[in-house]
Ligand binder design. Structure first.
Ligand code: PLP
Length: 875
């Protein structure tokens, strides 16, 4: 039955409780212990059954209970404290303000003369926008599927904490990510809950007259409309598009924002067009003018096409000029270390859906498709969203140092003339949001001993030295409390799931007896993608059984959680295998699989286990973040040297499995690494955990816990990560945007014209001769002088930079890890007209050294010399 009219009924609160509404509609409550506590206090059962959704709670809680609370002085006082905290949060002097605004003011005062007022304008109108297909913010906003989403959510939270002028853009899915059910055989099935937007912390964006703001995106033969919802994440707004509205005629169009990563390849293109193109239009409809665009993964890369179109149509720029503006202000973060993880679309489909952009740009079919391809000349090659994003960005990064290395070799084909180590893809290591992932119990402890600043204090802050002064007994007691809470939670969750499945009372009763709150607990929670090898630990069943139970005084237990992608049959097999293992070996007390891994389960596990296990096939885990969350709570990581762990102090803060080898024989790799895992458990982990003193404190273990907190907390968090994005990417991108757009886009026009000139004339240049002083025998410390004669043809010395490039020569005759040194222009030879450059090299170590010479483009508005892909090497 369709309604003839609909009404948006909002909760009615007693006037005294009115501030609750404001608190409920800002996700800041999610990382503020006091406010979260306040909502729990409203009604404990409702808090749990609503999946921690304060908005839904306010709409469903009984009026009697509300009246009661309105007269409860204790409650009112707590509410007022929470309101005050939110108020204070909005009015703090933030990192951004200190770093950027005050810094700029000082700079301005230093250079008063000449410059117009553009500097102060810059600072007031700066806006960074962060695009992501998923956001993992809170349990009651299920629009994420895993690590990528949680990272995006944490990015927004820290951007808010740091005061960045950032907004998020994403899609609002009608169906939340699935709930996981296991049948009696341990096979996963999925249930997709329907999101009720009116009972979530969402605001519908409307015009002043109350009608909803609507944007449109062109698809073949029709327009699709979307409305815009906002979630307030502290001071950061997140705008989410929703196509499930009457203005769209077909069910297909309603379904574009139905499910995260839902449907086939056509649906995927529809979704990514809505995110990228619709997202840019939404920002315009809202009156926002971003100055830096951050693409979190390639899904949103179509946004660049839309930006170019707008600049061409509305600002009268050429395609080259518009591209220069877009490129100067775009940032791309890649998250996958494997080609299979990248979105690839068939060329015909790209032309079918987006060909009109190419037409508008004046590009031929192959020129347009080349935006998403390496220049191999293969006309059947698919269109890669990552390549589009890279070509449209000036700052490109992977998400851990090792992942940076892997990404450089994955995409090196885009810079065929550049040595691998110079491929302009850098790394910003991921992090996690401290107040979201550290348990309230531990937060209390850290606040008391370190002071509340610990959540964002950097590695050099002396505050971290105070970790050692936390009494062992206290740290251990707090940690044991987290473990006990986890055990209680697991028992309840299991019983609940068994009841849902209609299990027998005996089975349900048994759920109350699983796990032992005093036993060494190993946690493993992650997506069940096969490369994560969730069953590596049970490869030798007899051996793991001995480890778990042979010694009654040194027992070990496992808590496992995770979802497989609905189409990932091998992933589902792994879940079944674990459940079979539990049953066949009679292990149901010491090995538990908790269904329905989500933020809440994750938070309890990373606080209540003792050891965090991670066994991906290196280097396939780009970063991984759950281990960081664990470390922040004082857990010890037991992990293959992959992702973030490879750059952590893995000896002091846990144990490395293996030594960072790469294997060709996967079966052999499994065997070696499983053995390494067993040995570590038998010889190091279990003994250290059970080595107690007379007060039953494992001193050695606690000391390692302190190292984990002290060394990993300050670095592997999103406060550090977002600061890095700010200082390394956003500030510069935004500055470049202002540079490019000033004086009616004069610099953009100049840069585009100059680029055209370079493309035309570059290859006419000739390196005529290179003269080197001295012979081929040189001693350490000796300097050699180099003089080069170069025919610049139609270019001028201002257009380029000539570099000497030196380094050790490897067995195959290539210079490795070469170091460039700029050569000086000495003017032209009056006779021949060739340009003369000189430079010198001092050899500081011995061995076979090679030297070469190369020429790179140079222009004041060029953000990187590699931008054009032009580089001329001496032959
Ligand atoms: C942190 C987190 C992840 C990411 O963990 P990985 O270690 O990257 O696998 C996934 N899902 C949830 C719910 C999380 O909280």
């Amino acid at each position: 039955m369709q309604p003839i009219r609909t009404f948006n009924v909002t909760p009615s609160l007693p006037p005294r409780l009115e501030p609750l509404r404001k608190l409920a509609y800002n996700l800041h409550w999610d990382w503020n212990v006091e406010t979260k506590d306040l909502f729990r206090r409203l009604d404990r059962d409702l808090w749990e059954s609503s999946r921690h959704n304060p908005v839904l709670m306010l709409g469903t809680i009984s009026q009697t209970r509300l009246q009661e609370l309105a007269e409860d002085e204790g409650f009112i006082a707590q509410m007022e404290r929470a309101v005050q905290q939110l108020e204070d949060y909005h009015h703090r002097l933030t990192w951004y303000h200190k770093k950027r605004k005050l810094g700029q003011q000082v700079k301005q005062m230093g250079s008063m003369e000449g410059d117009d007022s553009s500097q102060s304008k810059i600072q007031n109108s700066e806006c960074y926008v962060y695009f992501s297909m998923e956001f993992g913010l809170a349990d009651c906003v299920p629009i994420y599927s895993g690590g990528l989403g949680v990272l995006a959510g944490d990015h927004l939270k820290s951007a808010s904490d740091l005061g960045l002028p950032l907004v998020g853009v994403g899609l609002l899915y009608q169906e939340g990510y699935f709930s996981q059910f296991l049948n009696a055989d341990g096979w996963q099935s999925e249930h997709y809950p329907i999101n009720d937007f009116y009972n979530m912390p969402l605001h519908l964006e409307c015009h002043p007259d109350g009608t909803e703001i609507r944007i449109e995106v062109d698809y073949p033969g029709r327009k699709v409309y979307a409305r815009i919802w906002r979630i307030q994440v502290g001071t950061v707004p997140l705008y989410l598009l929703d196509t499930n509205i009457d203005a769209n005629a077909s069910q297909y169009d309603h379904d574009i924002t139905d499910r995260l990563y839902g449907g086939d390849i056509d649906m995927r293109i529809h979704q990514e067009m809505m995110l990228g193109i619709g997202g840019v239009r939404a920002l315009r409809a809202l009156g926002l003018k971003p100055t830096a665009y951050h693409m979190n993964e390639g899904h949103s890369a179509f946004l660049s096409l839309e930006r170019i179109r707008v600049l061409m149509q509305e600002e009268g720029l050429s395609y080259a000029q518009a591209t220069a503006v877009v490129k100067s202000s775009s940032i791309f973060t890649t998250h996958t270390p494997v080609p299979a993880g990248i979105d690839l679309f068939p060329p015909d489909k790209v032309m079918y859906y987006l060909g009109y952009y190419g037409d508008g740009f004046g590009l031929k079919r192959e020129e347009f498709l080349a935006l998403g391809r390496e220049e191999t000349g293969d006309l059947t090659a698919p269109f890669s969203m990552a390549i589009l994003a890279i070509k449209m960005a000036t700052f490109v990064n992977g998400v851990a140092q090792l992942h940076g290395v892997v990404s450089r070799s994955m995409f090196k084909g885009l810079w065929p003339d550049l040595p691998l180590e110079e491929v302009p893809i850098t790394a910003i290591t991921n992090g996690v949001h401290a107040r979201s992932c550290v348990s309230p119990v531990m937060q209390g402890l850290y606040d008391r001993y370190l002071g509340p600043r610990w959540e964002r204090a950097g590695s050099t802050d002396p505050l971290w030295e105070r970790v050692t002064s936390i009494p062992d007994e206290e740290l251990w007691r707090y940690h044991e409390r987290c473990r006990a809470e986890l055990v209680v939670f697991v028992r309840e969750r299991l019983a609940q799931k068994l009841r849902d499945r209609g299990a027998s009372p005996a089975e349900i009763g048994h759920a109350g007896e699983v796990l032992d709150p005093g036993v060494l607990t190993i946690g493993f929670a992650r997506r069940f993608a096969t490369y994560k090898r969730a069953t590596l630990w049970m490869r030798d069943r007899e051996r793991i059984k001995r480890i778990l139970q042979a010694n009654k005084k040194r027992k070990v237990q496992f808590i496992i959680a995770g979802k497989a992608h609905p189409h990932d049959i091998p992933g589902k097999e792994l879940i079944r295998e674990i459940n079979h293992f539990i049953r066949e070996e009679g292990m149901s007390r010491s090995v538990v699989f908790i269904p329905d891994y989500d933020l809440h389960v994750g938070r309890l596990m990373v606080a209540g286990c003792d050891v965090w296990l991670n066994t991906p096939r290196r280097p396939r885990e780009a970063s991984g973040t759950s281990g960081m969350k664990a470390s922040m709570n004082g857990l010890l990581n037991l992990s293959v040297l992959d992702g973030w762990w490879d750059e952590a102090d893995y000896v002091r803060t846990g144990w490395p499995i293996g030594h960072g080898e790469d294997y060709d024989d996967l079966n052999y790799q499994d065997l070696v690494e499983a053995n390494s895992l067993y040995e570590l458990l038998e010889q190091e982990v279990v003994p250290l955990f059970y080595e107690r003193d007379t007060e039953d404190i494992p001193r050695g273990w606690v000391s390692k816990m302190k190292d984990a907190i002290r060394l990993n907390c300050p670095f592997f968090n999103t406060a550090r990560m977002v600061r890095e994005y700010g200082t390394r990417a956003y500030f510069a991108a935004s500055d470049r945007y202002f540079t490019m757009t000033r004086e009616g886009y004069r610099p953009a026009r100049e840069l585009a014209d100059w680029k055209n000139k370079l493309f035309d004339r570059w290859y006419k240049m000739k390196i005529e001769s290179i003269d080197v002083s001295g012979g081929s025998q040189i001693q350490v410390g000796q300097t050699i002088n180099v003089k080069a004669r170069i025919d610049l043809a139609d270019l001028s010395a201002d257009d380029l930079q000539v570099q000497l490039y030196t380094g050790l020569v490897n067995a195959s005759g290539d210079i490795v890890n070469g170091v460039p040194a700029v050569m000086e222009y000495q003017g032209q030879d009056p006779q021949s007209g060739t340009s003369i450059y000189t430079g010198n090299i001092t050899y500081t170590y011995s061995g076979l050294q090679g030297m070469s010479l190369r020429i790179l483009p140079k222009h004041e508005y060029l953000s990187s010399p590699y931008d054009l892909g032009l580089i001329l090497w001496a032959q």
